[in-house]
Each structure stands twice: as C-alpha cells, then as structure tokens.
Design a binder for this molecule. Structure first.
Ligand SMILES: NC(=O)c1ccc[n+]([C@@H]2O[C@H](COP(=O)([O-])OP(=O)(O)OC[C@H]3O[C@@H](n4cnc5c(N)ncnc54)[C@H](OP(=O)(O)O)[C@@H]3O)[C@@H](O)[C@H]2O)c1
Length: 289
C-alpha cells in the first residue's frame, strides 16, 4: 500500500523530515500517526523509553501502511537543558535537514515543580524548551528551507499575564496562572522568532489545537476529569490543526497564531512587540544561549 493522496488543498509529505516532541501521548501521538500515514519521515521525541517505544510501534505501523520510512526516536527530557542539548547533538548526527519541527510537548501542573535547571516546570517545558530546541535546530531547518517551526500554543494565552518580576512564580504559583503565562510566552516568542529570523527561509507558527481530552488534565480533581470529555474534542480533533499547518502548501506570514485550522488575531498582550523582544532576551538568558 502507498501513502494516501494528500487531502485536497494539502501538500505531499512523502520525503519530508518531521521532528515532533510530545509524541508519546495526546494529540502529538495522533499527529505523528497521521503524518506517517501520509508518508513523512518522523522523529519521535520522548522522555520515557517505554512510552517512546510504544509510540514508535504505532507510528511504524502507520508508516508501513503508507510504504513510508520507518520512524526514528529521540530521547529527550524537555525539563533538562542538558538533555535538550544532547538530543540536538544526536539529531545533528542523523538528520542534516528538518522540514518541519513540531514543538508540541507541554505540561499543566497545579503544584509548583522545579526542574534540574532551577526553573518552574511549566515555564521550562512549555516555553524554554521549544525556544532552545528551535534555536539550536535552526541550521537544520534552514538547510531544508522553506521549512516550518510549529509550536503548540493555547487559546488560554488570552488569560495569560507575564509576571515580569517573578516569571518562575516563586511568590505566587497557581497551575492556571503558570499555564496561561506559558502559552502567552509561546505566542510572543513565535512572533519574535518570525521577526528575528525573517529571511531565514523558516516560517514560525503558534497553533491552538482546541480543547482536547488528553492526559494533560491528569492532575485536575476527579469530578472535573469526568466532565472534560463532555466539553472537549478527541485527540484526533486536536492533532488535525498541527497536521494542517504542517501540510498546507502555502502558509500565511511567519509569526501567525492559529485557532485550530484558521489564522486568528492573538490577544493584544500576545501582539506586544516590545514585550516579545524583552521576553526573547530573558528566555535566551535562561536557556544559556
Ligand atoms: N489538551 C488540551 O485541551 C490542550 C489545549 C490547548 C493546548 N494544548 C497543548 O497541546 C500540547 C499537547 O498536550 P496534550 O493535551 O496532548 O497533553 P498530554 O496528553 O499530557 O501529552 C503531553 C506530551 O508532552 C510530553 N512531555 C511532557 N513533559 C515532558 C518532558 N519534560 N520531556 C519530554 N516530553 C514531555 C508528554 O510525554 P510523556 O508521555 O512522557 O508524559 C506527552 O507526550 C501541549 O503543549 C498542551 O499545552 C492542549
């Protein structure tokens, strides 16, 4: 069997190299399966060997059904900058070019947790990790230009506020405040990446996948978890926007925010160019670049 023809209006993915984080669960895992079904060559990033191998197996079956290349895996703990640097070094030995980087991994945590780098976990995994990975992989993305760097954001950025004097929320952590701040930061950094890397041949996009019933809600109270499926889409519904932005033949300008399948104007706070430039410098410092 060969790869299914791309849906009308979407491009052929056969021959394209796509690295995706958060590929072991939720919408990232489903997106990886769909991209493999369309013939793309996937590299699946995961922190847990067992979960990464389980994802590899299902994505491999999808790739085989499309007579596409077998997926590769990449060990990385996005809460550790040393792990990210080691993973990027590993990627460079295997892939000289990346057509699409999908920084999808993310966390929500009601409790304040601190990473090995001393950062609040939500900020480290949702913000610093995609920033560091994208910056370090820029040469590989440029080698495949025109290429795409897609980061999973959230409509929750609209409720976000940057706590400039306490970005790590040491003085007042709340799970929702941390999560919303992180997604506002993602949007600002995608916007700033588009500005700083204009002319690089790499296009930067932030994508809200919709409200999706995934493991991200695992730490919410039992009753809330029971109700979530009533108000949310399936993981397939959440994967579709990532697949769509990876697959459109032509994209709107770099720096676009997508609400699922359509570009949308992000919040005023997410369009603040001065805040974006300031945050870029702060995060660059936190990432040791
Ligand atoms: N679900 C929603 O309603 C919703 C709405 C808007 C935006 N989003 C965003 O969508 C993205 C995917 O979320 P999801 O809903 O699919 O959640 P999920 O089911 O919890 O999946 C999260 C993924 O991120 C990975 N991850 C978390 N921390 C990591 C770390 N330190 N190192 C490496 N990988 C790590 C997880 O790996 P493990 O398998 O090892 O845990 C998993 O693969 C996130 O960025 C989230 O913020 C979700």
């Amino acid at each position: 069997m060969g790869a299914a023809a791309p849906p009308a209006g979407e491009r052929e993915l056969r021959g394209l190299r796509i690295l995706i984080t958060g590929a072991t669960a939720g919408l990232g895992r489903v997106a990886a399966i769909e991209l493999a079904r369309r013939g793309a060559h996937l590299m699946l990033a995961g922190r847990d060997p067992g979960r990464t191998e389980a994802a590899r197996a299902v994505v491999a079956a999808a790739a085989a059904s499309a007579a596409g290349p077998a997926p590769e895996t990449l060990a990385v703990d996005l809460g550790s900058q040393a792990s990210i640097r080691a993973a990027v070094a590993e990627v460079r030995t295997r892939w000289q070019r990346i057509d699409v980087l999908i920084s999808n991994a993310g966390v929500y945590s009601p409790q304040r947790k601190v990473t090995v780098d001393g950062l609040e976990e939500t900020f480290a995994v949702n913000v610093v990790a995609p920033f560091l990975m994208t910056e370090l992989l820029l040469p590989a993305l440029q080698a495949a230009a025109p290429s795409r760097a897609i980061t999973t954001s959230s409509n929750r950025h609209r409720g976000g506020k940057l706590h400039w004097d306490d970005l790590q929320l040491e003085r007042g952590h709340g799970g929702i405040a941390a999560y919303n701040q992180s997604k506002l930061a993602v949007n600002l950094l995608v916007r700033e990446a588009a500005r700083r890397h204009a002319g690089s041949g790499v296009s930067f996009h932030a994508v809200h996948p919709g409200a999706i019933a995934t493991e991200i809600y695992r730490d919410l109270p039992w009753l809330v978890r029971k109700l979530i499926p009533v108000f949310t889409r399936t993981a397939a519904g959440g994967a579709a926007p990532l697949v769509h932005v990876a697959s459109l033949p032509e994209l709107p300008p770099s720096g676009t925010y997508w609400n699922r399948l359509r570009p949308e104007t992000a919040s005023a706070a997410a369009r603040d160019d001065a805040a974006a430039a300031r945050l870029w410098d702060v995060v660059k410092g936190l990432a040791g670049l």
